[in-house]
Structures are given as structure tokens and as C-alpha cells.
Design a protein around this ligand. Structure first.
Ligand code: PEP
Ligand code: MN
Length: 347
């Protein structure tokens, strides 16, 4: 259930409602939007009559949310969530570009990449330090050293950073170095990890699981939000299908659908979705045309020598071309913005 406050509700009225929610054994989540403030109620609400709240001063209405994800739902917050990280805007009108190598391999490699992607238009620098590899014998990342190099490179070029955290016990460590915590596809349903990043107040980039349904993906976001961290960025990175010609299958329609279902920013990762350098640009263009508000792209100064995911890594030059193409697409659909096709009330 959500309680929608009247536009002129006072702080005192808000606090009284919060108190009443708690006395019903529920947890209140106050979501302040531009147009209105709502309180999301989390917990077992069986048998709870909305009139308990509707009779209170300051309340406009109390409405049940049908979707199992409550805080992530568009019904809880009509307007898009916009996440600000340094100078980067994720969920705004222009796409955000998060670019960098799959893995930080050395200080020189991440420095060189950082300068190149910044120059090409990236707003966030990516680089893995803890790599969840399919094989235990593959390069596992540089760990803390990698995070240090990433932070140093981000600072040198003035870009915020994103890197994956794999273990709940590493969340504090990774948080010291990066601006956005990434939850990888393989960990999308690692509930202990989701809760742990939910306890931070860091933006979280939540990749869709390899075989996760859209509902499971949004429920994973809900785990993070239920701990009070509302800064979640959803990332479609391709799912497993019968097709083996590409590494995964980019679920383009999921991007448009999730824009309808949730207020959270949605970005796409065409690198892991395709696994092939030659398909990264078209897949990225398609994602933005479908409503993705940003792209996560693997870029390496020398992809053929990369220690991981070289086959899907773009050169800085290719990345620059991609940004140019994607900007044109984003601009060409922008005039529609208010009535976009992911706004189901507009269709
Ligand atoms: C990555 O971004 O480097 C990564 C491992 O991605 P995913 O979790 O989507 O496979
Ligand atoms: Mn990778």
C-alpha cells in the first residue's frame, strides 16, 4: 500500500502518519517526489484497512500496490528517479555513458582508458577489480589494488567510478574507492549482498540475472530499496536463450517495459549482451531507442590483449563513434519525451 500525501501536508502530519504506520507493525518508506510525497508501506498488510490512514489529516488517499515490488513500482512514484553521481546524471534526459575495461589490469591501462573514454564522452568510468569468472583459473581481478588504480584514474580525469562487489564482506572496502556499486548478473539474487548494499547510501547498478524474469529483477531492486537505499539503477545485460551465436540475447523489449513498470533508471550493457565487438554499437543504439537511459560499455586500449572480455571490448575510437551515433538517436526521440511509448498512460 502507498499513502499519498496532500500537496500541502505538513511535516508534523507526515510524522504522525509515519508513527501510525509503525504502530501497525509496518515499515514506512517516505518517498519525496517533485509532484507529491508518498509513504510506501512494507510488511505484512493482510487485513489492513486503507481507511485507517485515509482519515488522517494530510492524507489524500491510501492505495494498494498490486505488483509484488512496491518501492520500485511506478505506482509508488510516478516521476522518473534521477541519480546524480559527481557530474553524471543517470535517469535524466540524456543517456549516461559508463565506459572502461572489463577488468582493471594495471595502473597504465586504466589511466590510458580513463583519458580516452572521457575524451570520447563517457560520464562514468568502469573497471572490474573483483571479477566473477566462469572459470576459477581465469584472471580474477586485481582486488583492492585494482580499486586503487580505478579511483586514481577516475580522479585524474574527473569521472565518477563504478565497480562490482561480489561479497557482502567487501561492501565497505569497495565503497571506499568507488562511487557506484555494481551487482553482477550472477549475484542478482544474492539476497545477503542485496541487503548489504541496501544498507549503504551508495548508488547501486543492478544487473539483470542471466535467467531472471523481469519480476525477479525488480524484486532484487526491491531488496535493496527495502533497506532504505533508493538509488538503484537497473541494467539489462542480456539473458540466456537458446541462441548461441551471441553471448546472450539483449532483451530490448524488457527495457521499454521496465520503464513503464518502474521509476528507476534503466541502462543497458550491450557488451555482455552480445559478446561481440561488431554487435555492441547496433545493440547499444537499439537499447537507447527502446528507452535505455544510459549504456555500460567495455572499452580497452588494446582489446586483443585484454585479460578478460577482449572480444566484446571496443577500442576508444569505436566507443567515440558509438557515443556519436547514440546521441543522434537519443536526440531524435527526445521531443516525444513526455508522452513516450514507455509511459503506458500515453498509449
Ligand atoms: C561486468 O560488467 O564485467 C560483468 C561481469 O557483467 P555481468 O555481471 O553482466 O556478467
Ligand atoms: Mn566483462
Amino acid at each position: 500500500m502507498i499513502i499519498v500525501l496532500q500537496k500541502d501536508a505538513t511535516e508534523k502530519q507526515l510524522q504522525d502518519i509515519v508513527k501510525r504506520v509503525k504502530s501497525c507493525g509496518l515499515e514506512p518508506h517516505v518517498i519525496v517526489g517533485v509532484a507529491r510525497t508518498v509513504i510506501g508501506l512494507v510488511g505484512d498488510k493482510q487485513g489492513l484497512d486503507p481507511r485507517v490512514f485515509e482519515s488522517m489529516p494530510g492524507v489524500e488517499k491510501a492505495v494498494p500496490i498490486m505488483a509484488p515490488y512496491k518501492l520500485a513500482s511506478r505506482d509508488a512514484k510516478a516521476e522518473d528517479t534521477v541519480i546524480l553521481v559527481g557530474n553524471a546524471v543517470i535517469g535524466g534526459e540524456k543517456p549516461a555513458y559508463m565506459a572502461g575495461p572489463c577488468a582493471v589490469e594495471s595502473r597504465e591501462q586504466i589511466m590510458e582508458t580513463a583519458y580516452a573514454v572521457k575524451e570520447a564522452g563517457a560520464s562514468i568510468l568502469r573497471g572490474g577489480a573483483f571479477k566473477p569468472r566462469t572459470s576459477p583459473y581465469s584472471f580474477q581481478g586485481l582486488g583492492e589494488k585494482g580499486l586503487q588504480y580505478l579511483a586514481e584514474a577516475g580522479e585524474a580525469v574527473g569521472l565518477p567510478t563504478v565497480s562490482e562487489v561480489v561479497n557482502p564482506s567487501d561492501v565497505d572496502l569497495v565503497s571506499q574507492y568507488v562511487d557506484i556499486l555494481q551487482i553482477g548478473a550472477r549475484n542478482m539474487q544474492n539476497f545477503a549482498l542485496l541487503r548489504r548494499v541496501g544498507q549503504t547510501r551508495m548508488p547501486v547498478l543492478l544487473k539483470r540475472g542471466l535467467s531472471a524474469t523481469i519480476e525477479e529483477w525488480l524484486m532484487a531492486a526491491e531488496y535493496i530499496m527495502s533497506e532504505g537505499n533508493y538509488q538503484v539503477i537497473l541494467c539489462e545485460r542480456g539473458i540466456r536463450t537458446f541462441e548461441t551465436a551471441t553471448r546472450n540475447t539483449l532483451d530490448v523489449s524488457a527495457i521499454a517495459l521496465v520503464r513503464q513498470l518502474s521509476h528507476l533508471p534503466v541502462v543497458a550493457d550491450p557488451s555482455h549482451a552480445t559478446g561481440r565487438r561488431d554487435l555492441v554499437v547496433p545493440a547499444g543504439c537499439a537499447a537507447v531507442a527502446a528507452g535505455a537511459q544510459g549504456l555500460l560499455v567495455e572499452v580497452h586500449p588494446n582489446p586483443d590483449a585484454a585479460l578478460s572480455d577482449g572480444a566484446q571490448s571496443l577500442t576508444p575510437q569505436q566507443f567515440r563513434q558509438m557515443v556519436r551515433a547514440v546521441r543522434l538517436i537519443a536526440e531524435s526521440i527526445a521531443p516525444e519525451s513526455a508522452d513516450h511509448w514507455w509511459n503506458k498512460n500515453a498509449v
